[in-house]
Write a protein of this length. Structure first.
Length: 116
């Protein structure tokens, strides 16, 4: 599975961005597609995830009510709509796919910078 993340950028606090993760090269079916982020000097952390076939969705507590993950079956794309962005959301955001055997695939990351 190959993942191509895009949509990052610079935004002021309170603003919005939408990240996209285009998936190819595999059968997604029961894969879990997620977003993680890593700020400088910090560990990579979970942000949100969606089960491709069942639509089960989970969020980190820090983004609940502000971020929305969704997927488009026709285009094999997962989106992360980020609203009410805060400086603390500044990080490199990574798209992840985990297949049913537990193998993880990662995209290249996209930088999100939120200015105060």
């Amino acid at each position: 599975v190959q993942l191509q993340a895009s949509g990052g950028g610079l935004v002021q606090a309170g603003g919005s961005l939408r990240l996209s993760c285009a998936l190819s090269g595999g059968t997604l079916s029961d894969n879990v597609i997620g977003w993680f982020r890593q700020a400088p000097g910090q560990d990579r952390e979970f942000v949100a995830a969606i089960v491709w076939s069942g639509m089960k969705i989970t969020y980190a507590e820090s983004v609940k009510g502000r971020f929305t993950i969704s997927r488009d079956i026709r285009s094999n794309t997962v989106y992360l709509q980020m609203n009410s962005l805060e400086p603390e959301d500044t990080a490199v955001y990574y798209c992840n796919a985990r297949d049913t055997t537990g193998i993880n695939y990662w995209g290249q990351g996209t930088q999100v910078t939120v200015s105060s």
